[in-house]
Write a protein that binds this ligand. Structure first.
Ligand code: SF4
Ligand SMILES: [Zn+2]
Length: 145
């Protein structure tokens, strides 16, 4: 006889508050009352683990981690939108690419017509000029000394 290994049970399940309770409470009919189940979840020490698990599995039925399928779907959508926003921000940052080490101005805003503009340079033309001015002042001071 072939022995089929049991599906591993996450460790947190042993602490589930819903153990031994009426399963029907957690699977109310459409539009049914889930207050009792939610109350059990609210006091559950592994509520977050349970919710995460249900979200990861895209669980379609029942109350998990105190949330209904509808609420979990809304949470997932919100999370996806946030991830999309973060990805867009990262992409924008990558596109902006090089920035001036002194003033942080992204290179795409540097004045390319400036004589001191260096493509991919470490400093924007303005900061390069300020540096040169400083050196000139220094030169003068040294000469005067
Ligand atoms: S959060 Fe609710 S459904 Fe999940 S383990 Fe706890 S009591 Fe059970
Ligand atoms: Zn600069």
């Amino acid at each position: 006889m072939i022995s089929v290994p049991l599906r591993p049970t996450p460790a947190w399940m042993s602490q589930a508050n819903c153990q031994g309770t009426d399963t029907n409470e957690f699977y109310p009919d459409k539009g049914g009352d889930s207050t009792a189940a939610r109350r059990i979840c609210r006091r559950c020490p592994v509520r977050l683990e349970c919710l995460k698990d249900a979200l990861d599995r895209r669980e379609k039925h029942g109350i998990w981690g105190g949330l209904s399928d509808h609420q979990r779907t809304a949470l997932l959508r919100r999370r996806e939108r946030q991830q999309a926003r973060e990805a867009a921000a990262t992409k924008q940052q990558e596109q902006a690419g090089n920035t001036c080490v002194t003033c942080d101005e992204p290179e795409d805003r540097w004045d390319t017509r400036d004589r001191l503009y260096i493509s991919g340079g470490v400093k924007c033309p303005g900061c390069s000029r300020a540096d040169l001015d400083e050196e000139k002042t220094l030169e003068h001071t040294e000469m005067a000394a």
